[in-house]
Ligand binder design. Structure first.
Ligand code: PLP
Length: 348
């Protein structure tokens, strides 16, 4: 979801942005008004996340999937090994891509627990010769989320935060680099945020395409080529909306409350269940299963009649999944819980 207030503002400004009688889509990215928009979005993001001055904020294309390749290309820095934690499907995709550029050390894997838990940190096989340690803070499909920042023991920590960046406060100083596709909590698809510590720039491998070269993009203020101007504009509106909500502390409080309501309802139910260890249950994506799988299609079709959509689990895991990103209001979660209770009363 995008916040309704953002969509309404975008609608109202669609044909006439800031009195220009042009759509923001029709404005040159090099023009002073657009440069102002881009500058404001970066300033708001820095403000919300309290980004330390020595970090660069980049707005790129190619999604988080592009970053799966860009991260090793930029951060290998003459080393031959990189370390990755495997907590599920998205970590595995990042690992597969990194293997094109370096030897990947898998420091630990959730495989033995069926990816229902994060392997305890004392079991991780740290490798101090690795260029960095990569993990996925929220496994969007599996519903497994870190509730703390792990220790990389001296090597740069890199994180794919595609599905939980801006959902809670963050101590960026613990990271060498973080990245996230915008389309969960930050805006529409088509724009990707990378925040990288300045000292890690400038050593990309020779073959790195310029558009994926963080040093070049930082020098060009993310405008080496034409950026996704409309996505950047919408991202800026979402950031302004987030500030109006009270920033990350405030939104984290709401996100906590939404997740608690939903997990408590699932745990009380004898028809639905969530298999993930309590300590790492995601506050963004809540997967749940139904005991009698023959009821799955009735659940989805009846939910749709109640205006509750996109509840299918990812095609690779089945079941159901409620994604409750920042823009999902508390009422949306309450409506789902009421529907689940009613469904169980009739079919349970
Ligand atoms: C955690 C995570 N990483 C990476 C991706 C891939 O993102 P993109 O589609 O922007 O390449 C996703 C997409 O859902 C994701 O949830």
């Amino acid at each position: 979801m995008l916040p309704a207030a953002v969509l309404e503002q975008a609608r109202d400004e669609l044909m006439d942005w800031q009195g220009s009688s042009l759509s923001v889509m029709e404005v040159s990215h090099r023009s002073p008004p657009y440069q102002g928009l881009a500058h404001k979005a970066e300033a708001d993001l820095r403000d919300l996340l309290k980004v330390p001055a020595e970090y660069e904020v980049l707005f790129l294309q190619g999604g988080a999937t592009g970053q799966f390749a860009a991260v090793p290309m930029n951060l290998l820095r003459k080393k031959t090994r990189v370390s990755y934690l495997d907590t599920g499907i998205w970590s595995q995709k990042a690992i597969a891509e990194a293997r094109h550029y370096a030897a990947v050390i898998e420091v630990a894997s959730g495989h033995s627990s069926g990816y229902r838990d994060i392997p305890p940190e004392f079991e991780w096989q740290h490798d101090e010769a690795s260029a960095y340690l990569h993990y996925t803070s929220n496994e969007t499909i599996g519903g497994v989320q870190f509730q703390h920042i792990p220790d990389a023991l001296g090597i740069p920590l890199v994180c794919d935060m595609s599905s939980d960046l801006l959902s809670r406060p963050l101590d960026l100083s613990r990271f060498g680099l973080i990245y996230a596709g915008a389309q969960k909590n930050m805006g529409p698809s088509g724009i990707t945020v990378v925040i990288v510590r300045g000292d890690l720039l400038g050593s990309a491998i020779r073959q790195t395409p310029s558009i994926f070269n963080y040093g070049i993009q930082a020098a060009e203020k993310s405008m080496l080529n034409t950026p996704p101007t409309y996505a950047w504009y919408l991202l800026g509106l979402v950031l302004e909306w987030l500030k109006r909500q009270g920033g990350l502390e405030a939104i984290a409080g709401v996100n906590h409350q939404k997740a608690d309501i939903l997990y408590q309802a699932i745990d009380r139910s004898s028809l639905f269940h969530n298999p993930i260890a309590h300590t790492c249950r995601s506050r963004m994506n809540v997967p749940f299963l139904i005991k009698d799988t023959a009821l799955e299609s009735s659940f989805l079709s009846e939910a749709k009649q109640h205006g509750l959509v996109h509840l299918e689990g990812h095609r690779s895991v089945g079941g159901f999944r409620a994604s409750i990103y920042n823009a999902m209001p508390l009422e949306g979660v309450n409506a789902l819980v009421d529907f689940m209770v009613e469904f169980e009363r009739r079919y349970g």
